[in-house]
Design a binder for this molecule. Sequence first.
Ligand code: NAP
Length: 242
Amino acid sequence: MKYALVTGGSRGIGKAICLKIAEMGYTVIINYRNNDQEANDTRNQIIAQGGNAELLKFDVSEPEQIKASIENWKSTHTDQHIEILVNNAGIRKDGLIMWMKDEEWNDVISTNLNSFFLITRMLVTDMLVKRYGRIVNVVSLSGIKGLPGQTNYSAAKGGVIAASKALAQEIAKKNVTVNCVAPGFIKTDMTKELDENQLKQMIPMNRFGKAEEVAEVVAFLASEKASYITGEVISVNGGLYT
Ligand code: NAP
């Protein structure tokens, strides 16, 4: 069995990524934080399409939970390893910096940035030993260009982009690639309170994107076909200037 771990796989972009990677023949380990119902729905959809999936519930902002859950997975799958890691789980807590609370900064950094470090560190060694691996990080337009009201989120996503470029060079020789996908405005729970009719006017394609449109690019970067691409950031944003 080949395994892929997708963080934040219960809803939105992560759910679409889980379904797509399952189609590639991987058993998908669906991570999530709270939403048992949606996580089960992702798993059921994968099984209905003839694939395999497991749930692995842990909070990516909690170092102890990451460590315990991944160690436990490894101890129950001694002959297997995770070949694909998609760091997708993310939150935003927007606000102007002068009113931003410590917890709004820290929660966004720990969920979006520290999780990348902690989870990748636990899984990369096996990839290096096997001389094959794919790490794909879901970042954001905000991490490339910066967006007002998102100093925390832009810092986290920009941090993942820079770290990915550094890591890509560290491990390229071992056939392990690290790339980022930067969505613009995608229709998910994260953007449901935004005014699409107003915001779409600044998007050349004149619409928000679909989770599946992001998942296609993630799946490509996670496949063997993307063998000579590493340290890259691919935008999926309908032509929005970055
Ligand atoms: P979403 O619909 O809000 O879904 C978030 C997912 O992440 C859920 O599966 C959620 O699990 C999980 N999650 C959140 N915090 C977690 C934690 N601490 N531990 C484990 N899982 C956690 O978000 P989305 O729009 O699909 O976003 C996915 C990624 O794309 C994020 O990194 C986001 O920053 C990025 N992105 C999104 C957009 C957009 O327009 N939607 C644009 C640019 C970038 P539960 O269901 O258990 O809560």
